[in-house]
Design a protein around this ligand. Sequence first.
Ligand SMILES: [Mg+2]
Length: 259
Amino acid sequence: MKDWTRVQDRLGKDDFLSSRILLGLDFDGTLSDLVGSPEDAVLTPGTRRLLRALISRPDIRVAVLSGRALEDIKRRVGLRGVYYAGNHGLQIHGPGLEWTHPHVGRLDASIWRQLEEDLKGIPGAVVEPKRLGLAVHYRKVPKRYVRRLADRVRARFMGLRDRYRILRGKKTFDIRSTVPWDKGHALDAIRKRLTGGWKGLFIGDDLTDEEGFRTLGPRALTIRIGQVKTSAAQFVLSHRGQVDRLLESLAARPLLSRG
Ligand SMILES: [Mg+2]
């Protein structure tokens, strides 16, 4: 539970009740349960129904901000009227918006093929190419191989340090551009496209979301999901199930009269 009551109190304050809300949601571990293989992550019908209810409101906009490739996250959520940010915000598609960060190039396909070759002897390792970056998932890799996997990933990107950095997420090494841009910047960019006053609310569950919490600071309400001791987010909710409850309470709040 942890901050559940405090989050509810915060959302019940006048500034929130009188604002339209841009709701930024991470996907894996926030909207969907974490599963053994990232291929299998899905939205439950219940969460999908809640998102639909939120999208239909004139005073709420929904953005799904994921580390996945843009096309992947669009396909997986598959709802119209949503802003999708892939590659940790480097690409954004949504109503009237189609944008790719101008300083980030496509990751050379030969790099991930070489990496796949490097990881061949490591059972369970999954390389996920994401166009502008890639991820190596090791949820299914036996513990005794993880060190070797980490060493090989590092070795492969050693010579590319000026262009790519390695971030460790949940059972994942995320290889991202060194361009200083995260989900927080993406949410800000979407908010700037909306006319009128919109308040940002960003929910994420992973270490990689911490950058977004820091970027947004007090500009948005930020919530970290999980059993964590410290976070740059303003609030922490311990279980993913509370995200659905939160979506439910947002879907049920009184409509803003001016829409
Ligand atoms: Mg996540």
